[in-house]
Design a protein around this ligand. Structure first.
Ligand code: C5P
Length: 402
């Protein structure tokens, strides 16, 4: 059975000569037993007919936002919610701009704004339109919101120019759809421990030491590993995020609790230490709230170093996971410091990022990382944290032989 069997794609066809390739895309999806609902924009309808789309998709084609029958029968919101994935192919410069701006001026744009599902876009346009800073800025903001992009390819174009702008081939688009809808089971049977979030180290019953970690990157990694079929033990410090679906979560507060939970979760095939563990804890936690007084000096806190969870999981021994991954947030000499950290902690890989970056890695939605392994350094572009997580999970699956 096809990996896409029973999945539902809402395919938006916008204007452009490449719209004819949408017909082949629908044919391939239907051959893979994937249900396809088409939405044809006004521009798209200049290049392909609703009749062709309807015949191939075996479904009615939608095009009108203000159709009374559709609003009473199902409504435009329903249309986007009923799909597993929204695909825009071809995606014109115009629809990408409207998506980036959050417009809802036709059915396609409205669906894209109303959806809670993942969105894949396959841009196709003239090379200068694609390279224009406006289009590039639109693509950057769509990527930051988690929209996945396939293509465009490089080659000769209908407008007799040469360069990037060609719609990705239909088979390539199907492969991208498969990656999103059926990522596979590359980590089935594997157990991975992930630490995430900050730790809080109590001072007294009402105060604590902490940091700005949101847990977004660690939680996204746990979710991405689970999507690849891993059994994931997420050991999370205090965060405001929901537990990721399909992940076993252990909530802890202090570094000592996080270490104990990690040790209790062993054995594991891999460990990803993403938590921003507090470096110190207060030597003596006051049992009553420390009081300030006008005539006494402020309380002095004596700090003790916390256990290093990453180093202890990476230490040689029978329970050491095969792959131990650490994170390094650096503000200068990123690669040199991260390389030194990899050796010092005894871990296999370090994911290093620039903590001084203006986008605010800590708490932000994006990350720009370098992956340091025994083989060398790979620098990834600035990506949404979910995409960093997906790539890292795929690399971990590769290292596990999956
Ligand atoms: O030493 P530093 O805090 O820069 O190291 C960062 C890496 O070490 C991260 O992977 C973090 O999760 C891990 N770490 C840890 N326990 C600590 C301190 C850091 O697991 N006490």
């Amino acid at each position: 059975m096809s990996r896409l069997a029973g999945r539902r794609v809402l395919l938006i066809i916008s204007g452009g000569i490449a719209a004819y390739k949408a017909l082949e895309l629908i044919r391939l999806l239907r051959a893979a037993e994937c249900a396809v609902q088409c939405v044809l924009t006004r521009g798209g309808a200049e290049f392909v007919t609703a009749l062709s789309l309807q015949a191939l998709s075996e479904n009615r084609v939608h095009g009108d936002l203000f159709s009374l029958t559709e609003e009473s029968e199902m409504g435009h919101i329903q249309l986007s919610r009923a799909a597993d994935l929204l695909v825009v192919a071809p995606a014109s410069a115009d629809i990408l701009a409207r998506m980036a701006a959050g417009l809802a001026d036709d059915l396609a744009a409205t669906l894209l704004l109303a959806t809670d599902k993942r969105v894949l876009v396959a841009p196709a346009m003239n090379v200068r339109m694609w390279l224009h800073p406006a289009t590039q800025a639109n693509m950057a903001s769509l990527a930051a919101r988690g929209v996945t992009v396939v293509g465009p390819g490089v080659g000769a174009m209908a407008c007799h120019e040469h360069g990037p702008g060609r719609l990705a081939e239909p088979a390539e688009i199907v492969a991208a759809i498969e990656r999103l809808l059926a990522p596979g089971d590359a980590l089935a049977g594997r157990h991975v421990i992930v630490t995430s979030g900050p730790t809080q180290e109590p001072i007294d019953p009402v105060r604590y030491l902490a940091n700005r970690s949101s847990g977004r990157q660690g939680h996204a990694i746990a979710a991405a590993l689970a999507e690849l079929g891993a059994r994931v033990s997420l050991i999370s410090g205090p965060v405001t995020l929901a537990d990721p679906p399909g992940v076993g979560v252990c909530h802890v507060v202090t570094a000592a609790e996080m270490l104990a939970a990690c040790q209790a979760a062993l054995p594991a095939d891999a460990a990803v230490c993403c938590a921003a563990v507090a470096d110190w804890r207060v030597a003596e936690v006051a049992s009553q709230k420390l009081k300030k007084s006008a005539d006494a000096a402020p309380a002095r806190l004596t700090l003790l170093p916390n256990p290093d969870i990453l180093a202890s999981l990476a230490a040689p021994g029978p329970l050491r996971p095969k792959l131990v991954v650490g994170f390094a947030a650096e503000t200068e000499h990123i690669l040199a410091h991260a390389q030194a950290k990899r050796a010092r902690k005894g871990c296999d890989w370090i994911v290093a990022n620039d903590a001084s970056a203006p986008a605010g890695i800590m708490g932000g939605a994006e990350n720009e990382v370098h992956l340091l392994t025994a083989e060398g350094v790979e620098s990834w572009p600035r990506l949404p944290k979910t995409e960093v997580a997906r790539r890292l999970a795929l690399r971990i699956a590769g290292a596990m032989g999956g």
